[in-house]
Design a protein around this ligand. Structure first.
Ligand code: BES
Ligand code: MN
Ligand code: ZN
Length: 484
């Protein structure tokens, strides 16, 4: 979706934003009456459409409600209005949508929020649909922003970078596992990052073996695909400031391994790399908007498959940290990948704080559904910063507990630790497992995003499918706590 700033619209479709109970005064009486008759009151998410004769042209008029001016949800409501318009007209046959901000009273960041919602809602992945009819294909390709206040283009430049990050994450998450596997994930990132200033380094299997990453390699050994660790560096901050690390679980397909998952719904496990996808997209967003912060993004990339060489339940592996792990269930593989990646990032990059993102447990979806990701943290300040970023960005988080009583549950009779605990509290024992690999004194947060990566129905700014969850959260966290 192209966004243009124009003084006079070319589009035949012209939208205006309407505050609650405040129809535009210049509206043709017949339109105003029609809007009232259909109970359009400018509530958030409400849309109305009509036609009007204006200066010899028949214009398709859309009104989008943005609710109360001083609502706490104002930014979200503005996004929702932009997204709602695009959702309605994406395949309508209209090729351009003008949004007239002239008498909207919105400031530059508010206009940018409308445009962000519009662009995010327009994203689709049609690469493999070769038989779409003309009516099914997106027609809308251009948004004309009319009458915007000073500063809007600058505000939009930042939000456009953010949108590109969200779109990249959705792309990685949507691609099936025969297309995106560890090596192709890396290649897709390298191609997308060209010219952005992001620095990429890759660890291959031989290097991981050299480093003693027995936990990660144990997961990977049943797959013919080689694993990879992708490190993405953004140095936008003061030289010498320690980076903040974002670490993502990138299981490009999770069959469960020898502890094989049931067949029904297993295709969903193509998005078991959603944490790594969020990190890859967030890094792109930070670079494109020129974030003034030092950040390193690490993606731990493996495929979890059952073959003759796959690891077995009961196997004991030695992690890079030196801790030995009894693999009770080969389907609890995410934590085995993360533990070695986390040891590596602490050793090599000495981060000031770590946030990991992972589609780690089905239990997280049982607990929180698809509205909040679970947040586990050893540091209240880090937790509060993330919670606030979640509220501000719409990528919401809910804090979950860590405690020694839970930690005990993953002691192993044969090794230092086992990779699953009892049935109850499965998301918490998973977090406790990861915590055993965090060095003393390092602020760390673990986000279990299993419920957030994929949506079965359209949401405010996404269609069904990949949501891009996490990109806006991490971007907002960087803006508010690192760039402050
Ligand atoms: N990737 C899954 C978790 C998952 C399940 C994410 C469904 C999204 C939707 C993870 O690797 C897994 O299989 N976890 C197991 C852990 C169990 C064996 C302790 C689970 O949640 O069942
Ligand atoms: Mn699994
Ligand atoms: Zn998994």
């Amino acid at each position: 979706m192209k966004v243009e700033f124009v003084s006079a619209p070319q589009a035949r479709l012209v939208a205006s934003l309407v505050d609650q109970d405040a129809l535009p005064s210049g509206l043709e009486p017949v339109l105003a009456e029609a809007a009232r008759a259909s109970r359009f009151a400018g509530k958030p998410g409400q849309l109305f459409e009509g036609f009007a004769q204006r200066a010899d042209r028949l214009i398709r008029i859309a009104l989008a409600g943005i609710g109360e001016k001083n609502s706490r949800a104002r930014p979200a409501n503005l996004e929702k209005a932009g997204a709602g318009l695009v959702g309605k007209y994406l395949t309508s046959g209209e090729t351009a949508l003008a949004i007239d901000f002239t008498s909207s009273g919105l400031n530059a960041p508010e206009v940018a929020a409308v445009l962000l919602g519009a662009r995010l809602r327009a994203w689709r992945h049609d690469a493999y649909r070769t038989k779409l009819s003309e009516e099914q294909k997106p027609s809308l390709a251009r948004i004309e922003a009319v009458g915007v206040p000073a500063g809007t283009e600058t505000a939009w430049a930042g939000e456009a970078g953010l949108a590109a990050g969200v779109e990249f994450t959705r792309e990685l998450v949507t691609e099936p596992a025969n297309i995106i596997y560890p090596e192709s994930f890396v290649a897709r990132c390298q191609a997308r990052y060209a010219g952005t200033g992001l620095e990429v380094t890759v660890l291959d299997e031989a290097q991981m073996r050299e480093l003693g990453m027995g936990a990660l390699l144990g997961v990977s050994q049943g797959s013919v695909r080689a694993p990879a660790i992708l490190a993405i560096r953004w140095n936008g901050g003061a030289a010498g400031t320690k980076p903040t690390a974002f670490v993502g679980k990138g299981v490009t397909f999770d069959t469960g391994g020898i502890s094989l998952k049931p067949g029904a719904g297993m295709e969903d496990m193509k998005w078991d790399m959603g944490g790594a996808g969020a990190v890859a997209g967030a890094m792109l967003a930070l670079a494109l908007r020129g974030a003034k912060a030092n950040v390193i993004g690490i993606c731990g990339l493996v495929e979890n498959m059952p073959d003759g060489n796959a690891q077995r339940p009961g196997d004991v592996v030695t992690s890079m940290s030196g801790q030995t792990i009894e693999v009770i269930n080969t389907d609890a593989e995410g934590r085995l990948v993360l533990c070695d990646v986390l040891t590596w990032v602490q050793k090599v990059h000495a981060p000031s704080a770590i946030v990991d993102l992972a589609t780690l447990t089905g239990a997280m979806m049982i607990a929180l559904g698809q509205e909040h990701a679970g947040l586990f943290a050893n540091d209240d300040k880090l937790a509060d910063g993330l919670l606030a970023a979640g509220l501000a960005s719409g990528d919401k988080l809910w804090r979950m507990p860590l405690a020694p009583e839970y930690d005990k549950l993953i002691d192993s009779p044969i090794a230092d630790i086992k990779n699953v605990g009892p049935r109850y509290g499965g998301s918490i024992t998973a977090a406790q497992f990861i915590q055993r690999f965090i060095d003393k004194g390092i602020p760390w947060a673990h986000l279990d995003i299993a419920g957030m990566v994929w949506a079965d129905k359209p949401g405010a700014t996404w269609d069904k499918g990949a949501t891009g969850y996490g990109v806006r959260l991490l971007d907002r966290f960087v803006r508010d706590t690192l760039e402050g």
